[in-house]
Write a protein that binds this ligand. Structure first.
Ligand SMILES: Cc1cc2nc3c(=O)[nH]c(=O)nc-3n(C[C@H](O)[C@H](O)[C@H](O)COP(=O)(O)O)c2cc1C
Length: 287
């Protein structure tokens, strides 16, 4: 999937929409991106569906229920949602995050706003729209549409509560050979790491920790987990979605600077145990 670095720089969560339906051209472009955002790095195949707000599925189709995905007033006048599902399996949530963030960045390129919603939405309405299988998870949905000219008060409050504009300093996120040594970031690496840092994450917890190896070319991605938070939704470990998002951002940045490489999960954690840290995957240079 070809995505610009600019899409990463300009994206932020939008929670006040103008309420107007998507244009047919935008709807088509979004549905096309459902295929383009795959394959995902760990091999699962998330699937997506675009649904108009309020009405799920088509009125003419008796199999599909009408209903509201509902966002409990936090998101206003949203015209549409992308709902998605992924089969349960190892690293399925990372794959889902990676794929759906591809959609988010494509939406930014189309001049459309979006917001990940992993917490409060009507799961049964979204599951009905998708025809969710018993082997599948529905980790999150995306609210999408054109941004309103003025932001609502709940939007502003949510942004303040999630401290959506703030990011941890690079010294808390990126490390050199071991997690005690912050990385002195080179010109080559700054675009890659800044792309990760600008990424969305659940409650803006920014749980990505990247360690560059001694040789300076391999990057190991770890999750610093908030255990209580990450198990609050049962088997939907929301911070693992954040990891997939980080992988997408890193990869878009690498492609933008024509850097060859790919994500591969090594058999053994290359760094070793640290409390609440878990190894996710490694960016290995080369074609
Ligand atoms: C997996 C995931 C789930 C999220 N769930 C919600 C949500 O339920 N409601 C909400 O308002 N924002 C949600 N967000 C958006 C984050 O709060 C937002 O990304 C973060 O505060 C950073 O702000 P930014 O996206 O504007 O950079 C979610 C983000 C992610 C990645």
């Amino acid at each position: 999937m070809n995505l610009s670095y600019d899409s990463i720089r300009t994206r932020r969560s939008i929670r006040s929409f103008d309420g107007l339906p998507l244009s047919p051209a935008d709807s088509l472009a979004i549905e096309k991106a459902f295929d383009e955002c795959l394959p995902a790095p760990f091999g699962s195949s998330p699937r997506f569906l675009l649904v108009a707000s309020g009405l799920i599925g088509s009125k003419d189709d008796p199999k599909i229920r009408e209903g509201r995905i509902g966002t409990y007033g936090l998101i206003s006048r949203v015209p549409a949602f992308v709902v998605g599902a992924v089969a349960r399996g190892p690293r399925a949530l990372e794959d889902f995050g990676y794929a759906m963030e591809g959609l988010v960045l494509r939406l930014a390129e189309l001049g459309l706003g979006s917001c990940w919603i992993g917490g409060l939405f009507d799961r049964s309405a979204a599951a009905a729209a998708l025809g969710l299988g018993s082997d599948e998870l529905m980790p999150a949905v995306l609210a999408i549409g054109k941004e309103a000219k003025r932001r609502t008060v709940p939007d502003r409050l949510t942004r303040v509560a999630a401290r959506g504009d703030s990011r941890k300093p690079a010294s808390e996120l990126f490390f050199d050979s071991d997690f005690d040594r912050p990385l002195a970031i080179s010109a080559r690496d700054s675009g890659l790491l800044e792309a990760v840092r600008l990424g969305p994450s659940a409650s803006n917890k920014q749980p990505w920790r990247i360690l560059r190896d001694r040789a300076g070319s391999t990057f190991h991605l770890h999750l610093e987990e908030d255990r209580l938070y990450n198990s609050a939704l049962g088997e939907i470990h929301i911070q693992n979605i954040d990891m997939g998002i980080a992988m997408r951002h890193f990869e878009v940045a690498a492609r933008a600077q024509e850097m060859l490489g790919s994500w591969r999960r090594l058999e053994h954690d290359p760094v070793g145990l640290k409390p609440n840290f878990s190894y996710i995957s490694s960016w290995i240079p080369g074609g």
